[in-house]
Design a protein around this ligand. Structure first.
Ligand code: NDP
Ligand code: 2IT
Length: 446
C-alpha cells in the first residue's frame, strides 16, 4: 500500500542510486512499513528522517591489488558503506562473493541499521566486502587478498568507529588474516573486528549465534501457533555458517532437517541430514554439498539450488542468499502446507513471495529480526573486549536467547501498536525505525 510520500522517497532513491535494484527493494519494504509511523509522527517527515536514513553517512570504494600463486597481478574492488551511526559505531559484516557490487553492500548496510537497532545493543549499521571469489583460492591467496583489503580498510575502522565481521565468504580464517594485518598496521590490539578466534578476543557462541538465534526466534513463532519443534520436518537452504548452526540447534530440539544446499544444488535425506558429514565437507574440506550422497545412501542430490523449495516441509529456513525464495517457490511451500518461514539469510524472500506466504497464513519471520542473533552476539563480543574478559558459553547463549525473545516481543508489540497485528515484517521495520529515528531527532541535523 504505497502512498504519495513513499512514492516520493522511492522516486528519489531510485534516481540517486540507479541500477541498485537490491537496495531499492530493501528501502521500499521499510518505507512502506513505516508510512503509518510517519503519519502518526509528522515531525519525522518535517525533519526528513526517512530521506536522511536512506542516504549512507559515508561510502568507501577502493582498489585491492594482490598477487596470485602464479605470480599474476589481480585487482578486486573493495567496499565499506558506513550507513548510520545514530545509536552506535557502524557494525556489520564483510561479504566476499563475485556478485558483490555497491547495490548489494548498500542493501545489506541499510537492513543492518534496523536489525542492529532491534538487538537492544548499541550498534549502528554498516556493511562491506569485495567482488573477490574465495572459491578455489589457496590459503596463501586468501591471506594476501585479506592483507591488501585491510591495507586500505584499516584507516576507516576502529573499535569505537566501525567494527566489521563476517558474512558470505568471510569466516574465521578471513577474520584472522584481516585482524593480523590491522594489528600490524596500527600496532594496537583492539576489538576492531568480531568473529575472532577464541584465543585472541573472540566470543564463545559467535560462530553458532546466527543459526541458534534463528531457531530461538522460530521457537516463539511456533509457540504463537500452539506448536513446538518436536517431530517437525525442516528445510534449510545453504550449507554455510548460518545453515550449519541452525541445523545443529534444530536437531537438538527434536526436529529433523531433511534438505540443505549450496549454489550448485541440494541434497535431500529423509532420514535427517548428518551434520557431521556436512561440517566436514563444507568447513574442513571446503567441498561441494553433492559429495554428501557418496557417504549417505539414503540421500539424493539434485542439481540447481532453487528446487529445494519443492521439498515438502513444516518449517523453511532460507539461509543462503538474497531473493532465493520467489513467488513460485512460495506457492510451492504453501501447497506443501509449510507453517513457518523464517529468514536466516538477508532478504532471501522477494516481495511477491512474502505476499504469497502472508496471505496464506504461513508465519513469516523477516531477516532483520530472525537472523539478528549473529550481530547481537558480535555486540556481546565487543562488550567482552571492552571489559577485557570472556563469558562462558552458557552465559553468552543465555544472553543470545534473551535478546531473540526481546526482538520477538518488540516486533509483535510494534505491529499491534500500529494496527498490523501479527505482521512481523511491519513490526520489525517499525520497531527498528523508531529507535533510530528518535536518536536521529535527538542529535539534530548532522
Ligand atoms: P557462508 O559463506 O558461510 O555460506 C553461504 C552459503 O550460501 C553457502 O552454502 C553458499 O554456497 C550458499 N550461497 C551463496 N550464494 C548463493 C547463491 N547465489 N545461490 C545459492 N546458494 C548460495 O555465509 P553465511 O552462512 O555466513 O551467510 C548466509 C546468509 O546469511 C547470507 O545472506 C548472510 O548475509 C546472512 N547472514 C549471515 C550472518 C553471519 O553471522 N554469518 C548473520 C546474519 C545473516 P556456495 O558454497 O556454493 O557458495
Ligand atoms: O548480516 C549480518 O548481520 C552479519 N553478517 C553479521 C554482522 C556482524 O557484525 O556480526
Amino acid at each position: 500500500m504505497a502512498s504519495q510520500y513513499v512514492d516520493m522517497v522511492m522516486g528519489q532513491v531510485v534516481a540517486r542510486n540507479p541500477g541498485e535494484t537490491e537496495f531499492h527493494q530493501a528501502v521500499r519494504e521499510v518505507a512502506e512499513s513505516v508510512q503509518v509511523v510517519i503519519d502518526k509522527n509528522p515531525e519525522f517527515a518535517t525533519m526528513k528522517v526517512l530521506e536522511r536514513i536512506v542516504e549512507p553517512e559515508r561510502q568507501i570504494m577502493f582498489r585491492i591489488p594482490w598477487v596470485d600463486d602464479h605470480g599474476q597481478v589481480q585487482i578486486n574492488r573493495g567496499f565499506r558503506v558506513e550507513f548510520n551511526s545514530a545509536i552506535g559505531p557502524y557494525k556489520g559484516g564483510l561479504r566476499f562473493h563475485p556478485s558483490v557490487y555497491l547495490g548489494i553492500i548498500k542493501f545489506l548496510g541499510f537492513e543492518q541499521i534496523f536489525k542492529n537497532a532491534l538487538t537492544t545493543t548499541p550498534i549502528g549499521g554498516g556493511k562491506g566486502g569485495s567482488d573477490f571469489d574465495p572459491k578455489g583460492k589457496s590459503n596463501n591467496e586468501v591471506m594476501r587478498f585479506c592483507q591488501s583489503f585491510m591495507n586500505e580498510l584499516f584507516r576507516h575502522i576502529g573499535e569505537d568507529t566501525d567494527v566489521p565481521a563476517g558474512d558470505i565468504g568471510v569466516g574465521g580464517r578471513e577474520i584472522g588474516y584481516m585482524f593480523g594485518q590491522y594489528k600490524k598496521l596500527t600496532n594496537t590490539f583492539t576489538g576492531v573486528l568480531t568473529g575472532k578466534g577464541l584465543e585472541w578476543g573472540g566470543s564463545l557462541v559467535r560462530t553458532e549465534a546466527t543459526g541458534y538465534g534463528l531457531v530461538y526466534f522460530v521457537t516463539r513463532m511456533l509457540q504463537d501457533k500452539g506448536a513446538t519443534w518436536k517431530g517437525k520436518k525442516v528445510v534449510v537452504s545453504g550449507s554455510g555458517n548460518v545453515a550449519i548452526y541452525a541445523t545443529q540447534k534444530v536437531h537438538e530440539l527434536g526436529a529433523k532437517v531433511i534438505a540443505m544446499s549450496d549454489s550448485n544444488g541440494y541434497i535431500v535425506d529423509e532420514a535427517g541430514i548428518n551434520l557431521n558429514t556436512v561440517k566436514r565437507i563444507k568447513e574442513v574440506e571446503r567441498g561441494r554439498i553433492r559429495e554428501y550422497v557418496d557417504e549417505h545412501r539414503t540421500a539424493q542430490y539434485v542439481e540447481g539450488w532453487q528446487g529445494i523449495w519443492t521439498v515438502p516441509c513444516d518449517i523453511a529456513l532460507p539461509s543462503a542468499t538474497q531473493n532465493e525464495i520467489d513467488e513460485t517457490a512460495a506457492k510451492s511451500l504453501v501447497k506443501n502446507k509449510c507453517m513457518v518461514v523464517a529468514e536466516g539469510a538477508n532478504m532471501p524472500s522477494t516481495p511477491e513471495a512474502i505476499e504469497v506466504l502472508q496471505q496464506n497464513h504461513v508465519a513469516f519471520g523477516p531477516a532483520k529480526a530472525a537472523n539478528a542473533g549473529g550481530v547481537a552476539t558480535s555486540a556481546l563480543e565487543m562488550c567482552q573486549n571492552s571489559m577485557r574478559l570472556s563469558w562462558t558459553f552458557e552465559e553468552v547463549d543465555k544472553r543470545l536467547n534473551m535478546i531473540m525473545n526481546a526482538i520477538y516481543d518488540q516486533c509483535t508489540a510494534a505491529a499491534e501498536a500500529y494496527g498490523v497485528k501479527g505482521d512481523l515484517v511491519a513490526g520489525a521495520n517499525i520497531a527498528g525505525f523508531l529507535k533510530v529515528a528518535k536518536a536521529m531527532m535527538a542529535q539534530g541535523i548532522v
